[in-house]
Design a protein around this ligand. Structure first.
Ligand code: F6R
Length: 615
């Protein structure tokens, strides 16, 4: 959601902060701001909309900026108070000497605000964040020590926060603090950084310290001190980031989303690497830290996730139940956390999350842990908060995903579920050995099949052009590709803003069929050789009888079906149970090209954020 970078050091402060914010831009935001310590003053620039507006604003005031030596920057995704220049961060205290940027939500901000108003603090924004500026300034007024002022202030905050603070009277010192929102410290030479996520730093340093909840970072250009909330110094490990700055480059693709779609074959090879290397050998999944006896007896799994990860979870249910015969419940994290669940110490709870920072899923995971469940996390960010809560951790190894719309992380999640289900099947001896070997063989072929889809996208582009003016879409499928239809529809909604809904094909006649006419395209997923093909085809005939425009995504080579459908998108033959890994790719591309034709902001769709750190 929001993004923070703080910098103090020898480099060009404006460049470092703007570059850091640019690298956080993909997370989604509506306004941006920067505070610079320059010529013994604090100078603030804030703008609405894209970062380019902030860059232009700074450029327009270039003659008023001399040689900044430290600064803090922020991109905001509005929660309290609409997107506006006034509500953009940094926020200041009444006298303007203290500045703060903040990610998260302060739940008791109204009470704090009333108390501070009584102390003559003057509020100008509608944000919860502004109370932090006044609160820290009030403390600083008493003790003249910024570190202690921050520490005393955060003790009064309820809710979630990652903050970065500067004060005019304390030159070139930035103070960070966090609770339930990510914050890291970047370690440089003659320069140091504070940020909400690693992409902000990767161009400057790979050495990072991950702050834990209730820790405070006191940072100058030559020194980093971390304390707990009582002021005791804490020794922290310096970790080295696993990826290069090139991960944040589009490498010639027009959008990150297109690049990430094309990365999928290699991502799959990466996920399989070391876990499935010889089809006659068992799956090697040492990441699952439950002993074989427990896994053998395991009879209940709950998977919790949001959005695209929830769709991967739904496919995961089909895969685990099919391979291992274990009953699996799938639930949106936001629902799981507000009801009485049946989770207990014998349940394996799987949290799925690209970012590892989704607030609803983190809360759900914490609840599951409290009930004694073993928690397995599948995430693309082994450095995330969620990963830190895991009893077992399967990292996706998909590389950083910049486009807000998830693509390669989805396929990596699917592959992780195949590996997990096969691992469970091997322990439980629930599948015929020959069949299992065959599945492993076909799993290894999937990257080549996707390469087949990616090598010629002209039919998908033509279909996108033909259908880009429609206002509504229905996606249908049965069985394991129900998840694909939900995910395909979500992709279209997210980046083109076209209303698209995925349905179990058999449900069409129980209501949605009422909407069908020539203005409603129906996209169906038809995989041959399995148990659903004929049934979905019948559902398509029903839709055709209502004049709906029909698009088929199919492995069928039967040319007779060309008479039923307006467009037939053909994909390589693939075993139905493995097919979601292939069928999702043309749907990602279809959504991409429709959004592209409509001129939408593909990588940063409106109102969305890459990691949703508020419940
Ligand atoms: C869809 C998308 C979102 C996320 C959802 C969960 O393209 O990106 O629906 O899937 O916000 O995020 P994670 O997976 O990070 O928990």
């Amino acid at each position: 959601m929001c993004g923070i970078i703080g910098y103090v050091g020898k480099g060009n402060v404006i460049d470092v902060i703007l570059k850091g914010l640019t690298n956080l831009e993909y997370r989604g935001y509506d306004s941006a701001g920067i505070a610079l310590r320059d010529n013994n003053e604090i100078k603030i620039f804030k703008t609405l909309g894209k970062l380019i507006n902030l860059k232009n604003e700074i450029e327009a005031h270039k003659s008023e900026i001399y040689n900044p030596t430290s600064g803090i920057g922020h991109i905001r995704w509005a929660t309290h108070g609409s997107p506006s220049v006034t509500n953009a961060h940094p926020h200041t205290c009444t006298c303007g000497r203290l500045v703060v940027v903040h990610n998260g939500i302060i739940e008791n901000y109204k009470e704090l605000r009333e108390e501070l108003i009584k102390k003559n603090c003057r509020f100008v924004s509608q944000t919860d964040t502004e109370v932090i500026a006044h609160l820290v300034a009030d403390e600083f007024g008493k003790i003249k020590d910024l570190e202690t002022a921050v520490r005393n202030s955060v003790k009064k905050l309820q809710g979630t926060y990652a903050i970065c603070v500067m004060h005019k009277d304390v030159p070139d010192l930035i103070v960070g603090a966090r609770k339930h929102a990510p914050m890291i410290v970047g370690v440089g030479e003659g320069e140091n950084f504070i940020a909400s996520d690693t992409p902000a730093l990767v161009e400057y340093t790979k050495k990072t310290i991950y702050l834990d909840d209730n820790e405070i970072a006191i940072v100058t250009k030559d020194k980093i001190k971390i304390t707990d909330i009582e002021g005791n110094e804490v020794t922290k490990k310096v970790e080295v980031l696993p990826w290069e700055p090139v991960a944040l480059s589009k490498l010639g693709y027009k959008h990150f989303m297109l690049k990430e779609i094309h990365e999928q074959p290699d991502v799959i090879r990466n996920v399989l690497n070391g876990k499935l290397y010889d089809i006659s050998e068992p799956i090697s999944l040492n990441e699952v830290k439950l002993n074989k006896e427990i896994l053998k007896k395991l009879n209940k799994i709950q998977i919790i996730a949001c959005g695209t990860s929830l769709h991967a979870a739904l496919a995961g249910k089909y895969i685990i139940e099919d391979f291992a015969g274990i009953s699996v419940e799938v639930e949106a994290s936001s629902e799981y956390i507000y009801r009485k669940t049946t989770t207990d110490a014998s349940t394996l709870v799987i949290g799925v999350s690209q970012s590892g920072e989704t607030a609803d899923t983190i809360t759900a995971i914490k609840q599951a842990k409290e009930k004694g469940a073993h928690v397995l996390i599948i995430t693309n960010r082994p450095d995330s908060n969620m990963a830190r809560l895991a009893d077992s951790l399967i990292p996706l190894n998909a590389g950083i995903e910049v486009s807000v719309a998830a693509t390669k992380s989805y396929t990596a999640q699917l592959i992780s579920f195949y590996l997990l289900a096969m691992h469970l099947a091997e322990i439980k001896e629930s599948l015929d050995k020959e069949y299992l070997t065959q599945i492993k063989h076909e799993l290894i072929q999937l990257p080549t099949k996707i390469e087949g889809v990616l090598s010629d996208t002209s039919a998908i582009q033509a279909c996108a052009r033909q259908f880009s003016s429609y206002k509504n879409f229905i996606y249908i499928a049965r069985g394991i590709n129900l998840a694909t239809s939900l995910e395909g529809a979500l992709k279209l909604k997210e980046i083109s803003y076209i209303n698209a809904t995925g349905y179990a094909a058999g449900e069409l006649k129980h209501g949605p069929i009422a909407m069908l006419d020539e203005t409603m395209p129906v996209l169906s997923i038809l995989v041959t050789g399995g148990i659903t093909y004929e049934k979905v085809l019948s559902n398509c005939e029903e839709a055709k009888a209502r004049n709906a425009k029909l698009i088929a995504l199919t492995t069928s080579t039967d040319t007779n079906i060309d008479n039923i459908f307006d467009v037939v998108l053909r994909i390589p033959q693939v075993n139905e149970i493995l097919s979601p890994v292939v069928t999702c790719v043309p749907l990602q591309l279809l959504a991409y090209y429709i959004a592209e034709f409509l001129g939408k902001d593909v990588d940063q769709p409106r109102n969305l954020a890459k990691s949703v750190t508020v419940e």
